[in-house]
Design a protein around this ligand. Sequence first.
Ligand code: ATP
Ligand code: MG
Length: 252
Amino acid sequence: MAPAEPLTNTILYLDGVSVSFDGFRAINNLSLTLDKGEMRAIIGPNGAGKTTMMDLITGKTRPDKGDIYFDGAHDLTRYDEAEIANLGIGRKFQKPTVFECHTVEDNIALSLKGPRGAFRTIFDRRSASEPSRIDEILAIIRLTDRRDELAANLSHGQKQWLEIGMLLAQEPKLLLIDEPVAGMTDAETEETARLLRDIATRHSVIVVEHDMHFVRELGVKVTCLHEGSVLAEGSIDHVSQDPRVIEVYLGR
Ligand SMILES: Nc1ncnc2c1ncn2[C@@H]1O[C@H](COP(=O)(O)OP(=O)(O)OP(=O)(O)O)[C@@H](O)[C@H]1O
Ligand SMILES: [Mg+2]
C-alpha cells in the first residue's frame, strides 16, 4: 500500500520489507526512510542484509512482502533494474569497474547522461555544456590533474573515486555506495569522507561501511542493521553506545 502521507520530503521509503533465500530470512520486516538530500550510513555485521537491502532497492532482488517507494509515488517493486536506474538510482558495487584502457576524462564522458552513444561521445565534438560538467565531476572526485591518465594507472582509491564520478555523470537522485573505502589507504579513506560530504550537498546518498572511523568522519545519521532489521538508528555516538550494537557488532 502506498504511504498515507505524500512524503514530499522523502526520497526513499521502505516499510515492512522481507525477503527469504531458501527459507533463510535475509531481510526481516525492514523499515527505513531517507529524506531528500540526506546521506545515511548503514553499518552492521556480516550477513546483516546491507547489500541485500541495496539489491531490493535496485530491483536486483524482489521482496516477498513490504513496500519500497522512491521519490514520491514510484513503487520500486513494480520496476525492473534498468527502469529503476532510469528513475535516478545509481549504485556502486564494492569492486571498482572502470574502463581501464580509457583516460579518466573519457571514463566520465562515456558515462554522461543523454542520448549519446559511446562512439559519438568519444569521436564527435562534445556539446558546449559537456566540458563544464566533466570539469565539475573531475573536481568533485579529486581527479582534475589526472584527467589524461589511463584509468589503469590510478591507485585503487582513485579508481573508486572515478567510478563514483561515473555514477554522478548519470545524474542520479539517489546514490547507493557499498563499502567504498575497503582497501583504501588512510589518507584516501579520509578524502573519501570529504568527497561524499561534497556529493551529499546535491544528492541523497546511502553508504554502507564497516570502517567506523570513516563513518564517524561522514558525520551523518547511522542505521545499524542486524538479521535483516534495524537494530539501532541515530547519531554515531548514540548508535555506537547502544549495548545491542556493541554486542552484535562493535564488540567483536
Ligand atoms: N541471492 C542470494 N541468495 C542466497 N542467499 C543470499 C543472497 N543474497 C544474500 N544472501 C544471504 O543473505 C544474508 C545477507 O547477506 P548480505 O550480503 O546482504 O549481508 P551484508 O550485510 O551485506 O554483509 P557484509 O557486511 O558481509 O557485506 C547472508 O546470509 C547471505 O548469504
Ligand atoms: Mg555486503
